[in-house]
Design a protein around this ligand. Structure first.
Ligand SMILES: Cc1cc2nc3c(=O)[nH]c(=O)nc-3n(C[C@H](O)[C@H](O)[C@H](O)COP(=O)(O)OP(=O)(O)OC[C@H]3O[C@@H](n4cnc5c(N)ncnc54)[C@H](O)[C@@H]3O)c2cc1C
Length: 540
C-alpha cells in the first residue's frame, strides 16, 4: 500500500463547522450527473430521498461527450463468453473475472430498460445497428444519434430521473470534501454553491460518481470537469484507491493547433478508416497484425513511435474512401467538426494524435459498489470495480456506469429506514490555518502540472522521469496545499496535485509494462512480481 507523504495532505481543504454552516438532510447523496450518478440516483430513489449534485450543469460530463457507443451482446451469433473473453484479453491479467461476467451479462437488460425510458439507439431496418471497435471480436457496439451515444443515454436517464418525485437535483454545486464522523463513517459532504455559500449535506449514504481525471494531462479528450475531485476527496477521507498508473490514451484526437482535442471515435476505424503518415503510408500493420483494430494502447504507442521515426507532430486518419453522405449521417458530430476546420473528408485526411482519455483505476469498490469507508459507495469512471484490469475495452465504460450505477444505488438504498428520523450526527469542526506566505496563480500551476504529466507520466514512462515528477509535484504542493481557497479553481488545483502525485508514484512502482502502462525501461510484462494491483491510501 502506497502512502503519500503526510505533509501536503490535510483532512479537509476548507474549514468545516457543522454548527454554523447552512445544512440539510437527505437519505442518499449522489455526487455526479453522468451515466453512473443518474442510474444510481434512479435506483436509490425507490427507497428514500435522493439529492444529486453536479459541479457544472447537469449535462456537463464525460458521459454527455461519449461518442462511439456502448457494448452489449444483443445478437444471437454473439455470446456473453466472447464479450467476456475480449474484456479479459484487453485487461492483461488484472480483470476480476466475476465482475466481468456480472457486468456483461446485465447489459441486455439494462439496454432494454434505457430504451423503455426513451433512449433511441440507431436502427437499420428496425434492428439495432451494431459496429466493431478495437479489441471486440464481434460487432456489438451499439450507438445513438450516430456519434452522440452518451447524450442519447443521458437523455433517457434524465427523462426517468425527472419522473422520480423523491430526487432533488442541485447544479453548479461543487463538493469539496466528504464528511466523516468520529467513527470514520461517511455522513455526507461539504460543498460550495455557485454564488458563494458553503453548504453541508448530511446523508445516510453517499455515492461518488465524479468521473475521470483526463484534465491532469495537457492533451486530453475530457471536458473541464474531469479534474479527479472524487478520487482526491475519497483519498483524504481514507478510502483505498487502486490502479492509478493505468491511464488510457485514446489514439485519435483531432490535432489542429488551437482547437480543442476533440475525439475522433474509434468506430471510424471499426468501419474502415486507415491511419497514414504524412507520406500517405499506412503504418499500423508494421506494429500489430490487427492493424487499425489493435487495442487502444497498441495503436497509441504505434502512433507515437511512428511520429518519432518520421519526425512528425501527428499522423492522419484517412476516410477519403467512405461514402460522404453515409459518413455525414452516421457521424454527424465529426462531420460538422471537420467542416468547421475546412477539412473535406472526401479529399483531405484528418490530422490526429493520441491524448489522455480514460482513468482505468479509481476508488476500490467491492461487488456491491461499497468502498472501505462505511456508507460510502462509488461507481462509474471514479470507481475501480475490477472490470477493466490494466486496460479498458472500448465501449465497456458506459456499460460499467450503468451496471455499477444500479448496483451502488441498490446497495446504498438497502438499510435506509424511512420510518426512522434522520440520525443526529456529532458536530465536526476543522479549522484550516490561513497561509498567505506566497502569492499564487493557480491557473499557472494547473497548466504546468498538465504539461509535466503529459511529458513524464504519458504514453511511455521511465523511472528517472517518474521520480522527478514526484519531486516537482511535492515542491508545488508545499505552497499550494497550505492555502485556503474560496472557489472551485483552487480546490481543483489541490485535488489535481494530490492525484497526480499518486499516479506518478504508482507508475514508478509498477516496474513492468502491462495494459495501458508502458515503461520504456521495463518493456515486458512481469507476471512473477506484478500480477497484482497497486493500492494507495492515506490511512494508517
Ligand atoms: C470524448 C469522449 C468520448 C467517449 N466515448 C465513449 C464511448 O463511446 N463509449 C464508452 O463506453 N465510453 C466512452 N467514453 C468514456 C465514458 O464517457 C466515461 O467513462 C463515462 O461517461 C463516465 O461516466 P461517469 O458517470 O462515471 O462520469 P461523468 O460522466 O464524467 O460524470 C461526472 C460527474 O461528476 C460531477 N463532479 C465531478 N467532480 C465534482 C465535484 N467536485 N462536485 C460535484 N460534482 C462533481 C461532474 O459535474 C459530472 O456530473 C468517452 C469519454 C470521452 C471524454
Amino acid at each position: 500500500m502506497v502512502k503519500s507523504p503526510g505533509a501536503e495532505i490535510r483532512r479537509y481543504l476548507a474549514p468545516v463547522d457543522t454548527l454554523t454552516t447552512q445544512q440539510f438532510f437527505t437519505d442518499c447523496l449522489v455526487i455526479g450527473s453522468g451515466v453512473a450518478g443518474l442510474r444510481a440516483a434512479i435506483e436509490a430513489a425507490a427507497v428514500g430521498t435522493v439529492t444529486l449534485v453536479s459541479k457544472g450543469s447537469i449535462d456537463q460530463s464525460n458521459t454527455w461527450d461519449a461518442q462511439g457507443g456502448i457494448a452489449a451482446v444483443l445478437d444471437s451469433q454473439d455470446s456473453f463468453d466472447k464479450h467476456i473473453a475480449d474484456t479479459l484479453a484487453t485487461g492483461a491479467g488484472l480483470c476480476d473475472r466475476q465482475v466481468v461476467s456480472q457486468v456483461i451479462r446485465q447489459a441486455p437488460e439494462l439496454i432494454g430498460e434505457l430504451i423503455s425510458w426513451g433512449t433511441e439507439f440507431d436502427r437499420v431496418n428496425g434492428v439495432i445497428d451494431a459496429t466493431f471497435e478495437g479489441g471486440h471480436s464481434f460487432a456489438r457496439v451499439i450507438h445513438s444519434h450516430g456519434d452522440s451515444t452518451g447524450r442519447g443515454i443521458a437523455e433517457g436517464l434524465l427523462k426517468k430521473l425527472r419522473s422520480c418525485p423523491t430526487i432533488r437535483t442541485l447544479e453548479h454545486f461543487f463538493v469539496i470534501d466528504l464528511l466523516t464522523g468520529a467513527d470514520q463513517e461517511c455522513c455526507g459532504a461539504i460543498g460550495w454553491q455557485a454564488g458563494g455559500t458553503f453548504q453541508i449535506i448530511w446523508a445516510a449514504r453517499t455515492i461518488l460518481a465524479t468521473g475521470g481525471a483526463g484534465r491532469l494531462y495537457r492533451e486530453t479528450t475530457n471536458p473541464e470537469n474531469a479534474t479527479a475531485d472524487g478520487l482526491a476527496m475519497a483519498y483524504r477521507a481514507g478510502a483505498v484507491l487502486r490502479d492509478l498508473e493505468f491511464m488510457q490514451f485514446h489514439p485519435t484526437t483531432l490535432y489542429i493547433a488551437g482547437a480543442s482535442r476533440a475525439l475522433i471515435t474509434e468506430t471510424l476505424r471499426g468501419e474502415g478508416a486507415i491511419l497514414r503518415d504524412k507520406d500517405g503510408y499506412a503504418f499500423m500493420k508494421d506494429y500489430h497484425s490487427d492493424g487499425e483494430l489493435a487495442p487502444r494502447d497498441v495503436v497509441s504507442r504505434a502512433i507515437v513511435d511512428h511520429m518519432h521515426k518520421t519526425g512528425a507532430t501527428h499522423v492522419y486518419l484517412d476516410i477519403r474512401h467512405f461514402d460522404k453522405e453515409h459518413f455525414q449521417k452516421r457521424f454527424p458530430f465529426i462531420s460538422e467538426l471537420c467542416d468547421s476546420f475546412d477539412i473535406d473528408v472526401s479529399k483531405d485526411m484528418i490530422p490526429v494524435r493520441p491524448s489522455a482519455h480514460y482513468m482505468v483505476g479509481g476508488i476500490k469498490v467491492d461487488s456491491e459498489g461499497a468502498t472501505n469507508i462505511a456508507n460510502l459507495y462509488a461507481c462509474g469512471e471514479a470507481a475501480s470495480t475490477g472490470l477493466h484490469g490494466a486496460n479498458r475495452l472500448g465501449s465497456n465504460s458506459l456499460l460499467e456506469g450503468l451496471v455499477y450505477g444500479r448496483i451502488a444505488g441498490q446497495s446504498a438504498a438497502r438499510g435506509i429506514d424511512r420510518s426512522r428520523p434522520h440520525r443526529q450526527h456529532s458536530a465536526i469542526e476543522f479549522s484550516v490555518p490561513q497561509s498567505n506566505r506566497s502569492r499564487l496563480d493557480t491557473e499557472d500551476v494547473r497548466n504546468s502540472l498538465r504539461a509535466l504529466m503529459w511529458r513524464n507520466v504519458g504514453i511511455s514512462r521511465q523511472e528517472s522521469l517518474l521520480v522527478e515528477t514526484q519531486e516537482i509535484i511535492r515542491f508545488w504542493q508545499r505552497y499550494v496545499m497550505d492555502k485556503v481557497f474560496h472557489s472551485p479553481a483552487g480546490w481543483e488545483c489541490q485535488n489535481m496535485l494530490t492525484v497526480a502525485w499518486l499516479m506518478a508514484r504508482s507508475a514508478e512502482l509498477r516496474r513492468e509494462s502491462r495494459g495501458v502502462h508502458y515503461r520504456a525501461d521495463f518493456p515486458a510484462a512481469d507476471d512473477v512480481h506484478f500480477l497484482k494491483h497497486i493500492e494507495v491510501s492515506c490511512a494508517d
